[in-house]
Design a protein around this ligand. Structure first.
Ligand code: PGA
Length: 255
């Protein structure tokens, strides 16, 4: 059975003061639960300036922390970029790759996304590869071909073996931050498609791969999404900033 994963994506939110409060609340509510059973893994993907703070607060807890982006390069003259080894210096184990906000607002191409995925893998980080279609793509009936293109770009660079230990996040762009969630059935259909596509390369790997759903996951819709057979947890934006919401989503993943 696949272990569920609930990952918070703080995006560009937070401050030293608010992080302190949020993380203390998460530790208090989740540490004992996560320690007692391993059906769920919890992760927060935080803005880079707060890595040291998050590391010092979460050290020794069962909540992992990670980054929202990484450079495809190891080091060098890349002003403003952050390398995989820098993330590891601060205890990050996971990194989001190809979030739709990076693809859409910062022009990350499938090719760059694949290079970042590979850089994360080479460094020993766990990439959380984000894929998803826009509203226009869904309405034109090309959802599956968009997802296939995004997955295949990574397969081309990293091969199917690159997906061992990796996580895929299906995030329909039209559901992110909009309050519109894909219905459990809509999300399940795409998750099953992703698993089936990867199983053509390696059935055993596809069966083990965790595919999480993102896009307006909230305390009141998490349980029905997580009950779907191919939905292995969530990537949570807005609701990960409110401790009671995030904790309730984590609880829905353990039930
Ligand atoms: P949302 O964001 O939960 O606020 O829709 C999800 C994401 O962008 O990862």
């Amino acid at each position: 059975m696949r272990q569920k994963l609930v990952a918070g994506n703080w995006k560009m939110h937070g401050s030293l003061q608010s992080n302190q409060i949020l993380l203390a609340q998460l530790r208090e509510s989740l540490d004992a639960k996560l320690g007692a059973q391993s059906r769920l893994e919890v992760l927060v993907c935080v803005p880079a300036p707060y890595f040291a703070q998050v590391q010092s607060i979460l050290n020794g807890s069962s909540i992992a922390w990670g980054a929202q982006n990484v450079s495809q390069h190891k080091s060098g003259a890349y002003t403003g970029e952050i390398s995989a080894s820098m993330l590891q210096d601060f205890g990050c184990r996971h990194v989001l790759i190809g979030h739709s906000e990076r693809r859409g607002m910062y022009g990350e191409t499938d090719f760059e996304v694949a290079a970042k995925f590979q850089a994360a893998k080479m460094a020993g980080l766990i990439p959380v590869l984000c894929v998803g279609e826009t509203l226009q793509e869904r309405e034109s009936g090309v959802t599956e071909s968009v997802i296939a293109r995004q997955i295949d770009a990574v397969l081309e660079v990293s091969g199917i073996d690159g997906f061992w230990q990796a996580v895929v996040a299906y995030e329909p762009v039209w559901a992110i931050g909009t309050g519109k969630t894909a219905s459990p059935g809509q999300a399940q259909a795409v998750h099953a498609y992703i698993r089936q596509r990867l199983s053509q390369h390696h059935a055993g790997l596809a069966e083990q791969l965790r595919i999480v759903y993102g896009g307006s996951v909230k305390a009141d819709n998490a349980a029905e999404l997580f009950a779907m057979p191919d939905i292995d947890g969530g990537l949570v934006g807005g609701a990960s900033l409110v401790s009671a919401e995030f904790v309730a989503i984590c609880e829905a993943a353990c039930s």
